[in-house]
Every structure is written in C-alpha cells, then in structure tokens.
Design a protein around this ligand. Structure first.
Ligand SMILES: Cc1cc2nc3c(=O)[nH]c(=O)nc-3n(C[C@H](O)[C@H](O)[C@H](O)COP(=O)(O)OP(=O)(O)OC[C@H]3O[C@@H](n4cnc5c(N)ncnc54)[C@H](O)[C@@H]3O)c2cc1C
Length: 403
C-alpha cells in the first residue's frame, strides 16, 4: 500500500513534463483542424505511438504505479492539449480496461497488446456497452450472446450505440446479455477480433464536441466468435449465472466494474479541459483593456478567475484521492463518482466563464474557448451522467437503494 501524497515523485514529474510537451507541441496545434474536419486524427495518434504516448508500454507504465496518480497526471496534460484528440488517444484504454477487468491473465496478455498494435502499425480498441435503449440503464442490454455448443462458439446479435472507435477499431469488446432475465447479472463480455464477419459500423454521429474522436453505432449480425473469447471463461460465467439464479446476486456486473475503475481518469480528462480554458482566460484578462484598464482589474472578472482556480484545484484533489483509493483499498463513499462528477461539472462551468471573459471573441471559432466549452460537456454525459454519479454517491453515503 502506497502512502497518499500530493508530491509527485521523480518519475511522475518526468512523465508530466514529457506529456505536456507533446500536448503543447503536437496535440494543441492540431486541435482546431481535426475539430473542423470531424475525423479521426490518425497522423496525431501515430505520432503519439511513435513517441511512446499511445501503446501498451505507456499503459503498463501508468497502471503499474502504486500511487495511482501517474495516469490522471498524464491524462490531464493530454486533454489540456485537446479533448477530441485526447479521446482518440485514450479511447482504446476503455477496451483495454474491459479486457483487464474481466479477462483471464492469458486473455489480457493476448488481447490488450492487440488493441494498440505497434508504433508502425497502430490499432484501436472499442468498448461496446451502450445501446439505443440502454445507456445509463446498462442492466437492460438487448444485445444477445447465445452459446452454440456444437461448434463451441458464441453468436452475438444486437446494435451498440455511441461507441468510441466503433467500427474503426480492430478489437471490439462487447458486453451482451447471456441470460436476459437476470438483467445486469446475466451479462458477459466478449472479444470480437479484427475482421470478424457480421460486425459493421452503423451511423457515425455528428457531435457537439470532441469531434476528432470517432463515435458510431456498431451492428452485430450473427457474429460468431470462438468460445475462448468469452472474457473470464465459461466455467466462471456458468458459476456466476448459477449463483445469480439461486441467491439473487452474482458478484458484480462487468460493465459497471469497468466504469467504476475508470472514473477518476475521466475526471482527469475534464480537468485538463478546464485548466486549458482557465489559463487562457487568465492571460487574456490581463491583456484585454476596457475602460482604460485590463479587464482583470474588475472584481467581476478577477473573482470569476479566482473561482475557476478554486474549482479546478478542488477537482484535482478529488481525482488524486480517488485514483489513490482505487489502487489502495477501494472506494467507500463513491469517491470515484465524486471525482468525475465534480471535475466534469467544473469543466462545463469554467469553460463557460472563459467564453464570458473573452466576450465576443470567446464566442467565435477564432479562439479555442468555444471549442473547449463544447468539449467539456461530454464529461457530464459519458461513463455515467452527472445524475448517475449523484445516484452512486447517494447510495454509498446512505446505504440505501435510492432510486
Ligand atoms: C461521445 C460519446 C462517446 C461515448 N462512448 C461510449 C463508449 O465508448 N462505449 C459505450 O458503451 N458507451 C459510450 N457512450 C455512451 C454513454 O455512456 C451514454 O450516452 C451515457 O451513459 C448516457 O446514456 P443515454 O445517452 O442512453 O442517456 P439516458 O440513460 O437515456 O439518460 C438521459 C437522461 O436521464 C437521466 N437519467 C437516467 N436514469 C436516471 C436515474 N436513474 N436517475 C436520475 N437521472 C437519470 C440521465 O442522467 C440523463 O440526463 C458514449 C456517448 C457519447 C455521447
């Protein structure tokens, strides 16, 4: 167990400064172009892979840190550069987390590297849970997985909605209902390997923000995969289903477990966006003159900046605590949700205030703050909406099944 400390160690400081440099020199200069193009920024992700920022080594380095802080520190810097490109770089980590959280050690060793490929041949992963009629309510998934005993294959059918890297990924991790009557307890996760027949991309969504990140439907039409691609294996699944039938509980739901562990990281994403907007607005307020003085000399503007600074620091403290707890003893009062909730709401507020501080300029695409505002909003929606975070916290602090 590592001690909780607000002082980053040498390794962490080095990673922070290296990632910041990449974000400042490569990610941020490309942000406007890829936001306008609304396309996956392949050249930037390839450069990230060549620099060691996208890939299995970076992920392993970040997650082998016992303090838990390396990942949020790095992610804050990436998203300070740009959230759309940041999601293009980080989207695969969700698939990797789905595999690591539910797979056997052999499955993790085989498939997590395949999600990333190599710097010369970059691959992507996608984590497919949400459906048109099941977003927050992940217990209602309609995608079905049926076991074909004769061929030892699983057959997947259904449509997944809002999937980051959906259809352009090489490895799709799909959560499906094996026994729909058991709702969330009757679900399992599967790996769909590259070029599997029956998996196709549906509509690609045109979005409000993070437009460089690819988000699309994934259609599964009689997708057949070998029995070995059920994450965790059949024996474990059969035991879980039997327990769920007999005693009414099963020891967790795969998708929820993935989201719980990744929430502080999503908070760090939002934090990076908020900090970008705050820094920009602070400099602007010192330089922009109105009525013969810098606008920051008005308390109305200076106090707004003061509040932005407070909220950003408060968010970071909650994120670091949650990231540390995730690695050292686990959450007790919904701390993972607290960190994601606080940081994402902060990012929306801070980026809106940044537009206000830039006035008319802030509202145009000539300046980055309107993009940061659009990008910030996704964080109150994906990986559990703000209302779902409040629900998790309310249940944790009360011990009651609040609806
Ligand atoms: C850009 C983007 C990328 C995404 N990437 C992925 C991905 O890679 N993989 C994936 O599986 N999913 C992904 N998602 C899906 C995302 O996780 C869902 O959109 C999200 O969980 C919300 O689900 P929903 O859209 O169906 O909203 P709904 O669940 O329909 O919610 C609508 C509203 O009702 C509220 N609400 C619902 N239930 C309750 C309740 N019990 N109490 C109070 N309020 C409630 C919600 O908070 C929200 O305000 C992505 C979404 C987007 C937009």
């Amino acid at each position: 167990m590592a001690d909780f400390s607000l002082t980053l160690n040498e390794d962490q400081l080095q990673i922070q400064s290296w990632v910041h440099e990449f974000a400042a020199e490569v990610i941020r200069p490309a942000a406007h172009e890829w936001d306008e193009r609304e396309e996956f920024p392949w050249p930037v992700v390839q450069e990230a892979a060549k620099n060691g920022l996208y890939g299995i080594d970076f992920l392993m380095n970040a997650i082998s840190d016992n303090s838990g802080l390396t990942l949020p520190v790095a992610v804050e810097e990436i998203f300070w550069g740009d959230a759309g490109i940041g999601m293009a770089i980080m989207g695969t980590a969700l698939a990797a987390a789905g595999i690591s959280g539910n797979g056997t050690p052999e499955q993790v060793m085989e498939w997590v590297p395949q999600c990333y490929g190599t710097p010369d041949d970059v691959k992507l992963g996608a984590f497919c849970v949400s459906e048109p009629d099941a977003g927050s309510d992940v217990s209602s998934l309609r995608t079905r997985a049926v076991y074909d005993q004769a061929t030892d294959e699983w057959v997947l059918n259904g449509t997944k909605a809002w999937i980051t890297n959906g259809g352009i990924a090489d490895v799709h991790v799909v959560v499906a209902a094996v026994d729909p009557e058991l709702k969330g307890r009757g679900q399992a996760s599967f790996i769909v390997p590259p070029n599997t027949k029956g998996l196709s991309q549906g509509q690609k969504y045109k979005k409000h923000g993070i437009r460089a990140s690819h988000t699309a439907e994934v259609v599964l039409d009689d997708v057949r995969i070998p029995g070995s691609l059920l994450l965790g294996g059949k024996e474990k699944l059969d035991a879980k289903l039997a327990r769920a039938k007999e005693r009414g509980h099963s020891g967790g739901q795969p998708a929820m477990a993935t989201f719980e562990a990744t929430r502080p990281t999503v908070g760090a994403q939002a934090l990076g966006v908020a900090r970008a907007a705050y820094e920009y607005a602070l400099e602007y307020a010192k330089e922009r003159h109105a009525f013969g003085k810098p606008i920051i000399m008005n308390q109305a503007i200076a106090f707004k900046l003061a509040n932005m600074a407070v909220e950003i620091d408060a968010s970071r403290l909650l994120i670091w605590r949650a990231a540390w707890l995730a690695r050292n003893g686990g959450f007790k009062n919904g701390e993972g949700s607290m960190s994601k909730y606080k940081a994402s709401e902060t990012a929306v507020r801070v980026t809106e205030d940044a537009i206000q501080i830039l006035g008319g300029y802030g509202y145009t695409r000539e300046y980055p703050v309107e993009r940061w505002h659009r990008d910030a909003k996704i964080h109150t929606i994906f990986e559990g909406t703000s209302e779902i975070q409040q629900l998790v916290i309310a249940r944790a602090i009360s011990g009651l099944r609040i609806e």
